[in-house]
Design a protein around this ligand. Structure first.
Ligand code: LMR
Length: 337
């Protein structure tokens, strides 16, 4: 081998190794992923799955730090933190976008809008889901995926079967005007409160009841401080996985691509486990013997619907008539007579 050929060969081997060493020497890109629920929930597990996949797919060039249970921020603060770039990723519930000024998101809070999970997905996977994400862009936020939790149930220290049972009860809600109208339509007094304060508030009697999914109830030990739960399925809880737009856009393509693929897989995983996570949690709540679970009769359920349907009309001015109509079409919702 001539000296020139030897040198060329040596360079061909050394250069990629040097590039690899340089990449390894660089500190990893850190994605702080903050959320308000327990790790053992659909969202908690989704975040963990994203972390594992993202770190593996980027060969360690990205490190995802997951902060569950409002460790870093409470509901409202986490949105501000994302906009400021103090955290890079969140998965707030869809009810949390109204206070940000993107009121159309509150369409998801309309009572009894979804007959099943597929009806919900028809919205998020379709043009309305994409349009809602577009509305986040001027806020410096990019929407990447919708994650499911499931249908909401009601809890209190008295049985909630008839609409009249709600009279005067202080019910904790997320800060959504639709949820506010929903509780008022039932005769209750809505109280906006951060998720992390819920257990204490119920325990101390600051509020009388709440709505939520079984997985959130079980992991927050709501069954220890509420004597009754009603399987009303009147509402639906889901999330938008969002990132700081500036941060996301600044990522090199060979990092963003694998992250998007990791998120797609984590999304499929989360949406696949959500229902079973809630079923398991409900069984555990029942097994605890601390709470009585009520199933509404068809007539009782009908009475809830009758009381709550006016909320759809009442909220047209806030959520947008066209948005509600688009949601109805996608979810194949028929206004009950
Ligand atoms: C809530 O505040 O009730 C929910 O947003 C909690 C959650 O699942 O994120």
């Amino acid at each position: 081998m001539t000296t020139a050929r030897f040198l060329l060969l040596a360079l061909a081997v050394a250069l990629p190794l040097a590039a690899q060493a340089q990449a390894q020497a660089q500190p990893p890109i850190v994605i702080k992923f903050s959320h308000v629920v327990a790790p053992d929930t659909p969202k908690g597990k989704g975040a963990q799955r994203f972390k594992e996949l993202a770190e593996a797919r980027t060969g360690g060039r990205v490190k995802v730090e997951v902060y569950p249970n409002s460790q870093l921020y409470k509901d409202k603060e986490e949105m501000e933190a994302l906009q400021l770039g103090s955290v890079q990723m969140l998965a707030p519930s869809l009810a949390k976008f109204g206070p940000l000024g993107v009121k159309a998101f509150e369409v998801f809070d309309l009572p009894f809008l979804f007959k099943d999970t597929e009806a919900f997905r028809a919205i998020t996977d379709g043009p309305l889901g994409a349009e809602l994400f577009r509305q986040l862009e001027p806020k410096g936020i990019r929407g990447l995926a919708y994650w499911d939790n499931g249908f909401q149930i009601m809890s209190a220290n008295r049985p909630l079967r008839q609409v009249a049972d709600f009279k005067g009860l202080k019910m904790r809600i997320q800060s959504s005007k639709v949820l506010d109208a929903q509780m008022r339509a039932l005769g209750a007094v809505p109280q906006v409160m951060a998720f992390s304060e819920l257990y204490q508030a119920l325990q101390s009697g600051l509020v009388d009841g709440t709505e939520g999914t079984p997985s959130n109830f079980y992991t927050q030990r709501i069954h220890e401080v509420q004597k009754h739960m009603t399987l009303s399925n009147h509402g639906h809880l889901a999330y938008a996985v969002i990132v700081n737009k500036k941060f996301w856009d600044s990522l090199p393509g060979d990092i963003r691509g694998p992250l998007e693929a990791a998120l797609k897989e984590a999304t499929d995983h989360t949406n696949a486990i959500a229902n079973t996570e809630n079923d398991t949690a409900l069984r555990a709540i029942k097994a605890s013997g601390r709470t009585r679970i009520h199933t509404l009769t068809p007539a009782e359920s009908q009475a809830w619907k009758k009381a709550l349907m006016p909320v759809h009309r009442e909220m047209e001015a806030r959520v947008g008539k066209a948005t509600i109509a688009a949601a109805y079409r996608a979810a194949e919702f028929v206004v009950p007579k």
